[in-house]
Write a protein that binds this ligand. Sequence first.
Ligand code: BEZ
Length: 219
Amino acid sequence: MALRLGDDAPDFTAETTQGTIRFHEWIGDGWAILFSHPKDFTPVCTTELGYMAGLKEEFDKRNTKIIGLSVDSVRDHDRWSKDIEETQGHRINYPLIGDPDLKVAKLYDMIHPNASGSAQERTAQDNLTVRSVFVIGPDRKIKLMLTYPMSTGRNFDEVLRVLDSIQLTAKYKVATPVNWKPGEDVIIVPSVSDEEAKTRFPDGWKALKPYLRIVPQPR
Ligand code: BEZ
């Protein structure tokens, strides 16, 4: 069954570049981002994984662990990591899951949806993981799913921005408007009545419409 937002993130045990992990145990009581790339030793993936290493500190600040995955072996991940550091200037500072038997890729629907046919008919190319991103909350539920095509590198700054929005809206009864960035005004969610809003936002709000009530970002 396809995964949906709000579903439990499937648990698994896997080999990684930092040893064997049990996924839920590894997440602990914080947040996690599980992301897949198609193949080691490919150009776009090299830039993506290097960039994520550069962003790791930002994810740490948000109590969020990051972990990569592809259908390659842990040994290949280790060999490729040297190229990433050499070309992108960042040493891989988060675990990479080796998933040559596609166990985790299948659990998370990371195999290209148009790939079809029996195991005998499928080519190695069919069995590459797409560029998936899963944001998982401390309750181990899926908060965000993204799927990018093979030929397009992801915007991981956007993933960080969405994480900021998800963490903020998990804490306060607000939503974030189009192109919101941390520190900018937010919107009171429609389920909050004006009565309730008076206690939650005692400094008031700007109502452009009864359903469009704007407040400074709560802190
Ligand atoms: C890449 O990372 O460059 C790539 C990987 C698989 C297919 C196309 C591009």
